[in-house]
Design a protein around this ligand. Structure first.
Ligand code: AMP
Ligand code: ZN
Length: 137
């Protein structure tokens, strides 16, 4: 994709602080980190979001998440890690090239990624589960 920032980072036409690379993935530091060490893992092959994802790289992604998370823990001394992947503007996706955020966390660091939502009742919650089961059947 000619105008994709992450494609340009992967092919070297834009700079990045690379931390890790495999045949299928490229990982680099986020320019505006939620905390220091915040890393992005990006498939080398362009695709917009999870809906177009090539599932054959699933195990590569999981392996890279483990490897990078372990290194972040060792280097930053963080006591927790969030792994986040945004799809669509309403979910906070700013760059339309699939990627996973690996975010180091510390006690009382003040990050609040998931303010709490609620069902009005158990009936509503059960109805949601039923609809999802039907969609997945
Ligand atoms: P998202 O909001 O999930 O699309 O995340 C995009 C992330 O890419 C943001 O956290 C940005 O800070 C980060 N970002 C954007 N441009 C660059 C860049 N040139 N180098 C490193 N990180 C970037
Ligand atoms: Zn791209």
């Amino acid at each position: 994709m000619d105008d994709c920032i992450f494609c340009k980072i992967i092919n070297g036409t834009l700079p990045s602080c690379k931390v890790y690379e495999t045949d299928t993935l490229y990982a680099f530091l986020d320019l505006n980190p939620s905390s220091k060490g915040h890393t992005l893992i990006v498939p080398k092959k362009h695709c917009q979001d999870i809906f177009g994802a090539d599932t054959s790289i699933g195990s590569d992604v999981l392996e890279a998440m483990k490897t990078v998370a372990r290194a972040i823990k060792e280097v930053t001394g963080c006591t927790g890690i969030n792994i986040v992947q945004n799809n669509g503007r309403d979910a906070g996706q700013m760059i339309d090239h699939l990627h996973w955020h690996i975010v180091p966390r510390f006690a009382n660091d003040g990050l609040d990624l998931w303010p709490q939502g609620k069902y009005d009742s158990m009936d509503e919650m059960n109805a949601m589960a039923e609809k999802l089961r039907k969609a997945l059947a």
